[in-house]
Design a protein around this ligand. Structure first.
Ligand code: C5P
Length: 259
């Protein structure tokens, strides 16, 4: 664990001051929450897996020109990222009906949507991250119209890229959540992708069996959470073949060596 100054502790991550101005260290915890933290638990090894999966996706997104906060992974649970001013909006991208969309509109889970749907929620735990319209965003000035256009463009690019990435490993990308942040240069700011992309904030279904390989295993008490996250990491080529517990063993091993 880092001895640097803690800036913020969230539900799944802790943020520490980074080594240089304008940088932050993201520490990935094993804590899991659902339904606005009404359900709490621990998924042993989740932080290690999410750190690796998010590193992989953000690095690849950088290669295709989607600007993001990722700088480099520091160790099993920490990554160095650029400090941003978080836009207080959760951007949900949906390809297939599931979760709150299914509940809200009575659409059976698993129904493909006629087109990709982007929804916005206000990032406010006390209010339970309510669904908002673009009208609310404009009315209350949470983001400018120019920023909203950029957010929608980037969200679609991320969706195209991730749908391909996952379909190549026999996983259907049902939906996911993105967060964006501003980087200021004097009076001007630009938007970059921030936070994390991992099975905590995506719905990932096996294409053949529809088995859930994401946080719904925890939300719905399905069990096998860490195995599902490991399966995603393994298919992405981030785990050595064979040894199921390799990631966790690796962490124990490094801890013993004091790294
Ligand atoms: O719960 P809901 O169906 O609205 O979630 C849509 C997608 O956004 C899911 O992949 C879920 O994991 C993600 N999400 C999230 N954090 C939230 C709300 C949703 O990662 N606060």
């Amino acid at each position: 664990m880092s001895r640097r100054r803690q800036i913020y502790e969230g539900k799944a991550k802790i943020l520490y001051e980074g080594p240089e101005p304008g940088t932050i260290i993201q520490y990935f915890k094993d804590d899991a929450t659902a339904f606005n933290a009404q359900k709490k638990g621990t998924i042993n090894g989740k932080g290690v897996l999410n750190n690796r999966i998010s590193e992989h996706i953000f690095t690849r997104l950088n290669h295709i020109g989607v600007p993001n906060h990722f700088i480099r992974r520091l160790n099993m649970r920490e990554q160095l990222v650029r400090q941003v001013e978080i836009v207080p909006i959760e951007v949900i991208v949906r390809n297939v009906a599931a979760g709150t969309l299914s509940k809200r509109l009575g659409i059976e889970e698993g129904t493909p949507l006629p087109r990709t749907l982007i929804e916005y929620c206000l990032k406010d735990d006390a209010l339970g991250d309510p669904l908002i319209a673009e009208e609310h965003i404009a009315c209350f000035g949470w983001a400018s119209q120019e920023e909203m256009n950029e957010i929608a463009d980037m969200a679609i690019r991320v969706n195209d890229f991730m749908s391909g990435l996952f379909s190549a490993i026999n996983i259907r990308l049902i939906d996911f959540k993105l967060e964006f942040g501003r980087i200021w240069d004097g009076d001007f700011s630009r938007l970059i992708l921030a936070d994390e992309i991992s099975p905590d904030g995506c719905r990932l279904w096996d294409m053949d069996s529809n088995e859930k390989l994401d946080k719904d295993r925890f939300r719905r008490d399905l069990g096998g959470e860490v195995e599902a996250y490991q399966e995603v990491a393994r298919r992405l080529g981030l785990l050595p073949e064979g040894d199921e517990n390799e990631v966790l063993d690796l962490e124990q091993h490094r801890k013993k060596r004091g790294k």
